[in-house]
Structures are given as structure tokens and as C-alpha cells.
Design a protein around this ligand. Structure first.
Ligand code: ZN
Length: 515
């Protein structure tokens, strides 16, 4: 059995409440939900009082601390240790006899038992613990999650308030690039809503990656977490295994390379039921006013439906080769290929600027960089040149732009990269320059919520502006202090729950930004 597969097989007999009890009185209020009366109930009351919530860490891999098995693993709710089984020969039973710790929760089903006597505990009495171990969301919870997050903050055991969905993530040693991408993807609404739905993931997921991503997203959005941050430990383990250790703790990951790998792997791992795929596709098409030809074959991958765009490339060659002084450009080929991101080359600041201030203030607009895709501006590659344009049906629902700061001259100078995920709409305008301390210090100005991609669509496209504008959803930036060798990746999130507000997340640190 795959140790990393976290698909739920059984549901707890009672759903967890949508809101946890107030933190200051959490343990006592839970214990008094159903006042015990008899001797048995007195034992239960003592057991419930033994629960030590601050030591419970459910982000670790669910394996028995003694047998290392992932089957039938229980968490001791007094000391947090993971122990297998609950029968008289089991590790959990022995732990109960040895320590007197009385309560154990199954890490898959969240069913709780008193040991050594083996009495089941009514689920309602430990609902807040079960909800942290395995958060579950009813369809109504998912539909209203942004409104709920806007209304009431999550509160951890220490009384710290946090915005659901915008939580710090433990750095598992150089995993800041991976963390930034995972948190950004947890804000792509259709992907998030899919991931929050335990049953939908179980039905559509064909790989442990989709299951582990679902479990991760459900924790990030849970309002009753005991800590105001989440460890992506289990998900990163699956990633390391599936990527054959290309992306793993201890090795810095480039966010763009990771994003592309992750989306491709996820695309392979999710096949939506046909009705769900059709609904999503219809939703995406409804943004376009003009009638589009139905695709020959409806893509049933969630990733394709959300992120995959198309770009048409016209390649031309200079007559007489590169050495020719003058010649005509001869068309060589025209090809339309899918993309997951659009690459934009950020020019270096002038090498010998007239003054230092000019170098520091070197700025370009996103529109200048996007001109590469206007179908007219050529990109030169040796004796050839290419012109790019996005075909009529080529705009993805969520657009990823990569600001490539690597040195075009190939001198080997390290450059930073930034990837951003943007989404439609709403209209209004602003621009921002995110801090960047890379070798290439060119500042790229971009609109926060009114990026119109119409100029880069093939002319035949008869679409309204509303269908071609994107708003910033997340931006991943590389930041490096002077003298620092590698730097770190942070992600800035524009959560739907807080329109107009931005939050920068670097590992455990969450900082509200002024727009
Ligand atoms: Zn224990």
C-alpha cells in the first residue's frame, strides 16, 4: 500500500461543526457538550480532560512510531505519538497500559477510542480534533468559503487570528520555492474548490499527488487549525517521490520548473467526470462573447481546462542565411502549440548608464514585454525570427506569466525569475513594482487587476474586453539581500476573501501589504 495515499475510505459518523469552540475555553467546552452522568461517563470525562491539543501534530506522515506501518495508525491524544492498532496485541494498547494515556484517534477515519478498555468515543466530543486531522467541507461550505473567510478569521490554540487560505507554511529546508507555488495554487478557485471536496478528489484522482494536494488545501483553508500555519510535509514527500527527487527538501527548487512539473503531473492524475468537465468548460467559454467552435475532444483534465493556453508561432528565415546583408524573410513554418505559461524576457538595465540613478530606475511595462505576442514584433534566434500570437480560443482561464531575468548574453550571471498566476476580472487600474534584488534589477510595472490580453489575440477574435482581462491572483518573487548567495522565494496573494488586499507569505511569515 502506498504510504502517501491519504484518500478517505470511511466518513466519521458525525460531521464536524463548521466553527471550532472559542480557543480560550476549547477543551472544557468540548468536555461539557454532553455532561457525563454514570461511572462510564466519568471515565470518559477524565479521558477527555487528558487531551493535550498543543502537542498534536497531524501534518506528519501517518506511520506507527514503532512498526513504521501506515495501516491502522492512531494518534495518542495526550502525547501525540502515532501508534498502530487498538487490539490487545497492538502498539497502541501497549502504549495505553504503559503511560495511562486513554484516548486514541484513527488517523484515517478520525474514529476515537478509549484504551485499554476499547470504548468508542462519541464523535461530537472530539469534533474539533477530528476537523484538524481531516478537515471536511460540505458543498455549501465550499461555495461560501471566501465569504466565510472574510467574515470570521481562523483562530489557533494560542489565540492568534489568521486569514483562512493565507497561512504560513513550514520550510522543510529550501522548500520556499515549492511552498510559494503550492500556496498560489490553493487560491485558483476551481482547483481549490475541487481540492476541498474530499469525495470529488477521491472519485477523480488517479494519483497520490492529487490526493495529497487535496489534503494540503483542506488544511490551508481550515478555520480551526491548532497552529496558524501548515506543514506541507506529506505533500512534499509525495512530490519528492513522484519527481524522483528532482524537487525535494534540501535542494532549492525553481518555482517555474516546479509549477510546470506539478501541473503536468496533476493533469495526469486527475480525470474529471464528464459532466463536471463539461460544466467547467462551458463556464470558461461563457467568458467569450463570440461563438467558438466546440473542441473536437473535450479535455477532461482539470489542469487543461484551467491553465492550458495555445500560442501560434510563425517562423521565418532570412534568405541567404545569417550572413546575408539584405534579404527577404522566407516563411518556414506555422505551428500552434499548447502552453502552461508565457515567457517574457526582462531586458537588463543599460550596462554603462549615464548615471547610477538611471540604472536603478530602469523600468519596463508589462505591455512592452507582452509585445512579443502581438504577432508583429519578431523574436530573433540566429538567422531565424519568430512571431507569436494567441489564437482565438488560446487564452487560458488562468494565465501564468514568467518574467525571465536570466542573462540573455549567457554570461552565467544568476538571475531571478518571477512567475505569476492571474485570473479574470474585475476592472479598475493600478500598477506596482515588486521588490527585486537580483542581478537584473529592471523593474517591471504591471497592472494589478486590469491586464487586457486583447492585443495579443489573433485578429479574427471577436471578443469583448471583459473576456480578455485578467486580475492578479498571485505573484511569486525572488528576493535576495546584498551578499546573500541564493535568496528566497516569497508569494504575494490577492485573496478573493479580501478584495483589494495583498498578503506576502514567505514560509511562516504572513505580511499584509499596502496596495
Ligand atoms: Zn501517549
Amino acid at each position: 500500500m502506498d504510504a502517501t495515499n491519504v484518500k478517505r475510505r470511511r466518513r466519521p459518523s458525525s460531521p464536524p461543526p463548521t466553527a471550532p469552540p472559542a480557543p480560550a475555553v476549547r477543551s472544557t467546552s468540548v468536555a461539557h457538550q454532553q455532561p457525563p452522568t454514570s461511572d462510564d461517563d466519568a471515565a470518559l470525562r477524565v479521558a477527555l480532560a487528558s487531551v493535550v491539543r498543543p502537542v498534536l501534530d497531524f501534518d506528519r506522515e501517518k506511520v506507527c512510531s514503532v512498526t513504521l506501518s501506515n495501516l491502522n495508525v492512531y494518534a495518542c491524544l495526550t502525547c501525540g505519538v502515532l501508534v498502530q492498532g487498538r487490539g490487545p496485541d497492538s502498539v497502541a494498547y501497549a502504549h495505553a497500559l504503559e503511560t495511562g494515556h486513554p484516548l486514541y484517534m484513527h488517523t484515517t477515519t478520525t474514529a476515537a477510542w478509549m484504551l485499554p478498555d476499547g470504548t468508542p468515543v462519541p464523535p461530537a466530543l472530539l469534533a474539533d480534533v477530528a476537523a484538524v486531522l481531516r478537515p471536511r467541507y460540505a458543498p455549501a461550505d465550499i461555495a461560501g468559503i471566501d465569504a466565510a473567510a472574510a467574515e470570521a478569521p481562523g483562530v489557533d490554540l494560542a489565540g492568534n487570528a489568521y486569514l483562512r487560505g493565507v497561512v504560513g507554511l513550514n520550510n522543510l529546508s529550501a522548500t520556499d520555492g515549492i511552498n510559494a507555488v503550492l500556496l498560489a495554487l490553493a487560491h485558483v478557485r476551481p482547483l481549490r474548490d475541487f481540492a476541498l471536496d474530499d469525495d470529488a478528489v477521491a472519485a477523480a484522482a488517479r494519483s497520490p499527488l492529487a490526493s495529497a494536494f487535496g489534503a494540503f488545501v483542506r488544511k490551508v483553508w481550515h478555520g480551526g487549525n491548532f497552529k496558524a500555519h501548515v506543514s506541507p510535509h506529506e505533500l512534499v514527500q509525495v512530490i519528492a517521490k513522484l519527481s524522483r527527487k528532482r524537487f525535494r527538501p534540501g535542494v532549492p527548487s525553481d518555482p517555474l520548473a516546479f509549477l510546470v512539473w506539478f501541473l503536468n503531473e496533476l493533469a495526469r492524475g486527475i480525470k474529471l467526470p464528464k459532466a463536471q468537465a463539461k460544466a467547467l468548460f462551458a463556464d470558461a467559454r461563457s467568458r467569450l462573447d463570440g461563438e467558438l467552435p466546440a473542441p473536437a475532444k473535450l479535455s477532461r483534465s482539470l489542469v487543461d481546462l484551467l491553465f492550458r493556453g495555445k500560442v501560434t508561432t510563425r517562423t521565418e528565415e532570412l534568405e541567404g542565411g545569417a550572413a546575408a546583408v539584405r534579404g527577404d524573410w522566407i516563411p518556414i513554418s506555422v505551428a500552434t502549440v499548447p502552453f502552461l505559461f508565457l515567457a517574457l524576457e526582462v531586458p537588463n538595465p543599460p550596462l554603462y548608464p549615464s548615471d547610477k540613478a538611471a540604472e536603478l530606475a530602469h523600468q519596463v511595462s508589462l505591455a512592452q514585454l507582452l509585445a512579443k505576442y502581438d504577432g508583429v514584433t519578431p523574436t530573433h534566434i540566429g538567422a531565424r525570427r519568430r512571431k507569436y500570437i494567441i489564437p482565438q480560443d488560446g487564452l487560458p482561464r488562468f494565465l501564468v506569466l514568467h518574467l525571465d531575468r536570466s542573462d540573455a548574453a549567457g554570461s552565467g550571471a544568476s538571475g531571478a525569475s518571477g512567475a505569476s498566476v492571474t485570473a479574470p476580472p474585475p476592472p479598475s487600474a493600478a500598477s506596482a513594482a515588486l521588490p527585486d534584488t537580483s542581478a537584473n534589477a529592471t523593474v517591471v510595472n504591471f497592472p494589478l487587476d486590469n491586464l487586457d490580453m486583447a492585443p495579443y489575440l489573433a485578429p479574427a477574435a471577436a471578443v469583448a474586453n471583459s473576456a480578455t482581462t485578467y486580475a492578479l491572483l498571485a505573484a511569486i518573487t525572488h528576493e535576495r539581500e546584498a551578499g546573500q548567495a541564493s535568496g528566497t522565494y516569497a508569494v504575494t496573494i490577492a485573496p478573493a476573501s479580501k478584495p483589494g488586499e495583498y498578503f506576502r507569505v514567505l514560509d511562516l511569515d504572513v505580511t499584509p501589504l499596502k496596495a
